[in-house]
Design a protein around this ligand. Structure first.
Ligand code: SR1
Ligand code: MG
Length: 406
């Protein structure tokens, strides 16, 4: 080999095309047992912000999903490069979470060279945000997501693993590039200003007022500090309603709730996952109120206290199984729950700000006409201030009242 021109592996992984997927599966013994590459129909359905997603179905009706990390952020394009190692981190998180909860998409395999995850097909599910925007049922979904967050919060913490194993797992799960997206988009730009921010004219004055409000900005910076300095458990890291598949309704035999898209997974404060979920349920509730559905709005907003009660009870249920009971008295659980609740209020306030002002907005708000947009944005920005500035004292009653004025 010529020392001056070594045969180097291309730094850019080759992206799969729909035409290449059958051949890709045919080369992989485990996967070709699950779907027949010879009779495959493949469609690329990725509508998220980052990746390629292929749904593969064979003539016998068997299905499999492949998700490939692109070397850039799909939402923006190749001018925003992004490590494909995020797929490796997602695979590790899905494996860890799947061992602790049924409410997460099942990982079937992972190709670490091409950054391709093979995932269970959930085509008979729908994205929760889409269902909420269409006025569909939500009962039981936040509760199962609260169970999921509690199960992984406990199961990946030092309380379940013991301190040494916990530190090993936390070190193995570092996800700096994806955390940087969160730190910028959710925890910096809405407050300090950024070119990527945008709102319609009707919300511009309210945003200017907030960005000049030191209490709001400083509270957000304190929340950012929590994200950067806290390692409680292996978070999902992006638990909004667009990261959840649902099928059927609570009580029905086919009811199913599965979190997916875990590439933002990292060790962090448990309140981050709880808070993102709350912020996105509040968007759904405030939207319903503005669209003239007061009962549905109340029911959606009340999922915030209800999911907290479910989370509290589920975490408390795990408590007797902790690794070293003598080292952690019951008072520790009481303190931790209080800390998680305060964190969740703060992160909810930040997620609301980001989804209203920053990059990667939500269809709950963006699909509304100007009058609807103005009304929802106004309430959501008020909620963001309440959750951030009053993070340590706000009650669920006050939050519900603020979300449903009048
Ligand atoms: C550039 S990625 C933008 C957003 O998409 C993901 O779903 C995360 O929420 C991230 O912040
Ligand atoms: Mg996503």
């Amino acid at each position: 080999m010529n020392a001056k021109s070594p045969i180097a592996k291309s730094p850019i992984t080759k992206s799969l095309s729909t035409d290449e997927v059958p051949g890709y599966l045919a080369d992989r013994p485990v996967l070709r047992e699950l779907v027949d590459p010879a009779t495959l129909t493949v469609s690329e359905v990725g509508d998220g912000n980052l990746n390629l997603v292929f749904v593969c179905a064979d003539a016998a009706g068997r299905r499999l999903v492949l998700k490939q990390a692109l070397p850039y952020v799909r939402l923006v394009g190749p001018e925003w490069p992004m490590t494909e190692e995020r797929a490796t981190r997602e695979a590790a998180a899905l494996r860890a979470h799947g061992a602790l909860s049924d409410n997460v998409c099942r990982l079937i395999g992972f190709d670490a060279e091409r950054y391709v995850l093979a995932l269970e097909d959930l085509s008979d599910h729908e994205v929760f945000r889409g269902r909420l925007n269409a006025g569909g049922p939500h009962a039981g979904v936040p509760e199962l997501l609260a169970d999921y967050v509690a199960d992984v919060a406990f199961g990946t913490s030092f309380l379940a693993l013991g301190e040494e194993e916990f530190r090993r797992r936390a070190a193995a799960a570092v996800n700096p590039e994806l955390c940087a997206i969160t730190e910028d988009l959710i925890l910096t730009e809405p407050y300090l200003g950024a070119e990527r921010n945008s709102v319609r004219p009707s919300a511009a004055a309210a945003v200017q007022r907030l960005q000049a409000d030191r209490q709001w900005v400083d509270a957000a910076m304190a929340v950012k500090h929590r994200f950067l300095t806290t390692q409680e458990a292996l978070l999902h890291g992006d638990l909004h309603t667009g990261s959840v598949f649902v099928r059927g309704s609570a009580g029905a035999a086919d009811f199913s709730v599965k979190a997916f898209d875990a590439e933002f997974a990292c060790y962090g404060p448990v309140g981050f996952d709880v808070g993102l979920l709350w912020a996105n349920m509040l968007f759904a509730g405030v939207r319903a109120a503005v669209l003239g559905e007061p009962d549905r709005a109340r029911s959606l907003v009340e999922t915030v206290p209800q999911s907290w009660e479910r989370f509290r009870s589920r975490l408390t249920g795990h408590w007797p199984t902790r690794h070293s009971p003598a080292k952690y008295p019951d008072s520790y659980l009481t303190w931790w729950l209080g800390r998680i609740q305060r964190d969740a209020f703060g992160f909810a306030g930040c997620e609301i700000a980001r989804r209203t002002i920053g990059l990667a907005k939500v269809s709950d708000l963006e699909s509304l006409d100007d009058a609807g947009y103005a009304a929802v944005a106004e309430t959501m920005l008020r909620l963001s201030r309440l959750l951030l500035v009053e993070q340590d004292s706000v009650t669920f009653e006050q939050l519900v009242r603020a979300a449903l004025p009048g």
